[in-house]
Design a binder for this molecule. Structure first.
Ligand code: RP5
Length: 164
């Protein structure tokens, strides 16, 4: 199975990124995690991205906050799909990272999830890999069914409490 590359701009992003890591572990999807910054270590970020396809990666998740250029910079150096996670900041609440990540000009796409949306980033990466991995298609369907069952159970509890 192809690997998911997870890159974050700083180790301060790890508490959010760990949610993506845990989701990939849950689905038994292979991954690598790195701290590469578009600003502080641009050479390493470029090298990783440019070699990612031949190094066995199928998709890259890039998490960054503030003036978040990482996902776009990664996408500029690979034709693998890139998923951006805008990280919440103290001053502007992550809106700056959201806009920096999502507003890519035509030609270099970045699939952007919600601010701190690490779980969805991992699920989207797994959905991409599932195109050539039937085992992942089944696991995704099972998770949807389990999530539905949980909501229906909560609904039953609330209906019993207020509607009788
Ligand atoms: C971004 O700047 C990082 O992705 C991080 O979200 C933010 C702050 O980085 P640190 O100052 O915490 O290293 O590049």
């Amino acid at each position: 199975m192809k690997k998911v590359g997870i890159i974050m701009g700083s180790d301060s992003d790890l508490p959010v990124v760990e949610k993506a890591i845990n989701t990939l572990k849950e689905f038994e999807v292979p991954f690598e995690v790195h701290v590469f910054s578009a600003h502080r270590t641009p050479v390493e970020a470029k090298e990783f991205s440019a070699n990612a396809r031949e190094n066995g990666f199928g998709v890259i998740i890039a998490a960054a906050g503030m003036a978040a250029h990482l996902a776009g910079a990664v996408a500029a150096n690979t034709t693998l799909p890139v998923i951006g996670i805008p990280i919440k900041s103290q001053n502007l609440g992550g809106m700056e990272a959201l806009l920096s990540t999502v507003q890519m000009p035509s030609g270099i796409p970045v699939a952007t999830v919600a601010i701190d949306g690490a779980v969805n980033a991992a699920l989207l990466a797994i959905e991409m890999l599932s195109l050539s991995e039937p085992v992942l298609e089944k696991k995704l369907a099972d998770k949807r069914a389990a999530d539905t069952a949980k909501v229906l159970e909560k609904n039953a509890g609330i209906e019993n409490k207020y509607n009788n």
